[in-house]
Design a binder for this molecule. Sequence first.
Ligand code: CUA
Length: 186
Amino acid sequence: MSAVHAPGADAAELAERRWAWIVAGIIALLVVMMVFTGLHWASMPPSRVEVVDPRTLHIRGEFVEDNLGTSVDAQGKVTVRLVAQQYSFTPQCIVVPADTPVTFRGTASDAIHGFVVGRTNANVMLIPGFVATFTTRFPRAGELLMPCHEYCGTGHQGMWARVQVLEPAEFLRQAQPGKAVSCVPR
Ligand code: CUA
């Protein structure tokens, strides 16, 4: 009996062919997904890119120390400004009103940082030289943790802040026109 006609040789070849087709099919599917997502996402408007000079953050402009924290403008729009650095956020405690749109504007002074707030959808990367911005709404009052979620160095695991979500009336009592407010971490 020659090797070509060994028992099971035909079955083995059939199985090999079948698996080769399955693998080729998976690769083809992945390529189609890459092309689809590439074209689909490229057709959407890119997010706005805002730049800021990380060397002057603390000296002038929007991110000077006494402009950090939460402010309310004349139209009632709530904006939180913050800076991340190794290994803390400024401010370390952020106060926001519940059930109100809150716009975050943040950047980093040294390395890439990021944060997530509790289990909300507030989740962003902070990159030196760029202003990250997003608007969210915190459904109910309470205190939330805000850890850094980008590995930024040896102190990364100790880098976090708190977010105090207050009832809107209580927040407005603390918010003073033209002044950024923050809370004292407990
Ligand atoms: Cu900052 Cu990790």
